[in-house]
Design a protein around this ligand. Sequence first.
Ligand code: FRU
Length: 495
Amino acid sequence: MTSQTLREARKYEETFEKMIAEEERPAFHLSPRTGWMNDPNGFSWYQGKYHLFYQYNPYNSYWGPMHWGHAVSEDLLHWEYLPAALAPDEIYDRDGCFSGGAVTLPDGRQLLMYTGVVNERQPNGGHTEVQTQCLAVGDGTDYEKYENNPVLDEKDLPEGSSRNDFRDPKIWQDEDGTYCCVIGNRAADESGQVLLYTSQDGFRWEFKSILASNHNRIGKMWECPDFFRLDGKWVILTSPQDMLSQGFEYHNGNGTLCLIGDYDKETGKFIEESDQSIDYGIDFYATQTLLTPDGRRVMIGWMQNWDTCNHRRKHEEAWFGQVSLPRELSIQNGRLCQKPIRELEAMRCNRVAFENLTFSGNIYPEGLRGRRVDMEIVVRPVEGCDMYRKFAVRFAQNDQYQTSFSYRPGESVLKVDRKFSGSRRAIIHQRRSKVLCKDGVLKLRIILDRFSVEAFINDGEQVMTAVLYTDQEADGIYFSADGTVSIDVVKYDLL
Ligand code: FRU
């Protein structure tokens, strides 16, 4: 039975999505049907389609009572909205259906696992959030909440662990049939840990282990954990809050973290070997992965950061929040490598290419423009000339605006800069990343989709993501060099 709360949300989104013209949205990045979106949830393959749910407040473009929005796709790029899947309509989730995952049951139904939130009144009049894990079962469109919710609560926590920060279950089925989930939690030392739970039937859950502990090393609380095997290693992805900058690796505030290592299945312990950021840009958080039917591990994230949510087109807008481009993951030389999903290549058209463009100063190649673009650039120093001091690609450009990536080989630093993108807010508009290029050769693959840019650096060794709300008329693309460079460019429109 659909609750009144969910019926209202469904009615609202159906009416108000009509107010949003297609050109006012990103073309191939999912945005909310109406209102606000944060984390991607329940990213899964079910009944022949990819399903993507998301943290959703349909009623306005700000965070609020969390529902689950829902969309399906055949190629992870063209999305079709389905009615909202979950609403905060039960006593155990009345203050929000927070993030979670999805898995298929043996009888063919889809099982969603999410965090139910209740604001508990304190004796002093304040509130504290209590978080538990809940289930809903459905057919790909309609979901029924489980009668025995919540299935995990404070009784299932290891000693000293917080019931206020216990959220974001990511669920999967192990090769031996066991259901598993990882959940973000705050330990007694006030920092994050990833808890592992198992279940034989998907409904009755038990605590297995503390898979990994932060011990106050990398940020505080760890949100939205994910855990999977990749190229012979084991990987934890998570999004830490309250990070401190560490060189060029991590920046202050909310960020992303990838831990690579091994896994002892007997004890349920992750054996960490290395740590790194997932994305080195400005707007990326709360990742989730799935395994495609052909065996690719694909990751998406919320193309936003809690610290930069003030960067928007206008105060009242019909939608806010986008999901990143789905990215194929691999491990190369012990590090996480990301490539845009190959399905994107089917959208390429209008090829424009330049080879060995040798220049210093600015160059405006003929016919190079667009805001839905897939562009590969190779930058090289020129024989007989000194190493160039700086190379920049500028885009979403007109007389007034531009956003850029610039690289200084002498410092091995790549910078994204959107301070001239038309933003009227004093928030972070730049970020630098250490990028090592052999002999000054830099490779960039830049994906633009109306309101965002994602740069895949040196064949996906690093990625930098940022949203930009520059007027769509600003569609120029040009290059500048301090010193002499030679570049190859291949550019497509994505239609
Ligand atoms: C991460 C997060 C999650 C939580 C959700 C609430 O962005 O804070 O931890 O489930 O957003 O909307």
